[in-house]
Ligand binder design. Structure first.
Ligand SMILES: *[C@@H]1O[C@H](CO)[C@@H](O)[C@H](O)[C@H]1NC(C)=O
Ligand SMILES: *[C@@H]1O[C@H](CO)[C@@H](O)[C@H](O)[C@H]1NC(C)=O
Length: 277
């Protein structure tokens, strides 16, 4: 996108100045946030939070997957390796609903995204995805976003997501504190993207993941929505030596207290499926 490339040039150029005060007025404040994007106050995707120790792992449930880990906030598949440079996957946006017994006035939420790092590497996450919201009274809404943890998420404006949309998500690393993300509507070919540079957290490039998350807002996990099923298809990641599929990925399910809330698995080399249970 024109605006972001101009921005990267500006940001790149800024290091050549002796001091930030040498920048023209206003340039310093434009950073990393296209003007049209809104900061979603306090909404944040967090690194994986392990579930309480007694329930961390369940090899018996893992079938032929390498193993199942339990987390309080992440469900899906994570490749653990080195040198990951990109990750991609396509979802059909589900219709979320309140979990059974949910309250009419409560807003429930969940998110589906692809990203680099955030599991064994907890210093940064480069990611993009779609949030799903549902109230007990049946209203639903969606939000497309990008985030470089530890910063908050920012909404892509002009990309109104609906249930049933087929969205390809891609995150690409260009350096330990820079990269880009893209969401594409595969029905129309329309896409939105964002470039990051000079981010606060450094990537390790040791994790590539396809995740359904109970994300954080205001310091706690949001009430988790029944997201139905989210299937990532055409899921792959690249490393310096080529493209890899999801085979051998760690499978993670969300467990909060004694309740397991998701059932995730991989099939073949390019599909990750998570179902709310
Ligand atoms: C694991 O693989 C074996 C052999 O391919 C198959 O028979 C079995 O059903 C699989 N188990 C699960 C839980 O998928
Ligand atoms: C994706 O394309 C479909 C078909 O044209 C459209 O109905 C939907 O609103 C689009 N969604 C986004 C996020 O662009």
């Amino acid at each position: 996108m024109k605006f972001t490339s101009a921005l990267s040039i500006l940001l790149g150029a800024s290091s050549a100045f002796a001091a930030p005060s040498a920048l023209p007025d206003g340039v310093q404040l434009v950073p990393r946030i296209p003007r049209a994007a809104q900061r979603r106050a306090l909404r944040q995707t967090s690194p994986l939070i392990p579930a309480t120790s007694a329930f961390k792992e369940d090899s018996a449930a893992a079938g032929n997957s390498s193993h199942v880990d339990y987390s309080q906030n992440w469900a899906g598949a994570v490749l653990i390796g080195s040198g990951f440079t990109s990750v991609t996957g396509t979802i059909v946006v589900p219709t979320p609903s309140a979990p059974s017994g949910g309250r009419r006035s409560t807003q429930y939420a969940a998110s589906a995204w692809v990203g680099i790092d955030g599991d064994t590497c907890q210093t940064a996450i480069l990611q993009t995805g779609v949030d799903f919201y549902a109230t007990g009274s049946g209203s639903v809404s969606f939000d497309a976003w990008y985030e470089w943890f530890p910063d908050y998420a920012y909404t892509f404006s002009g990309f109104a997501v609906h249930a049933g949309d087929t969205i390809r998500m891609t995150a690409t690393v260009s350096g330990s504190t820079s990269g880009s993300v893209r969401l594409e509507n595969l029905s129309t070919g329309r896409s939105v993207s964002h470039s990051f540079s000079n981010q606060q957290g450094s990537l390790c490039q040791t994790n590539a993941e396809w995740i359904v998350e109970d994300f954080s807002s205001g310091g706690g996990l949001v009430p988790f929505a029944d997201f139905g099923t989210v299937t990532f298809t055409s899921a792959s990641a690249t490393t310096r030596s080529g493209t890899v599929g999801v085979q051998g990925a760690d499978i993670i399910d969300i467990r909060q207290g004694n309740s397991v809330l998701t059932d995730c698995s991989t099939s073949g080399s390019s599909t990750v499926t998570c179902t709310y249970v």
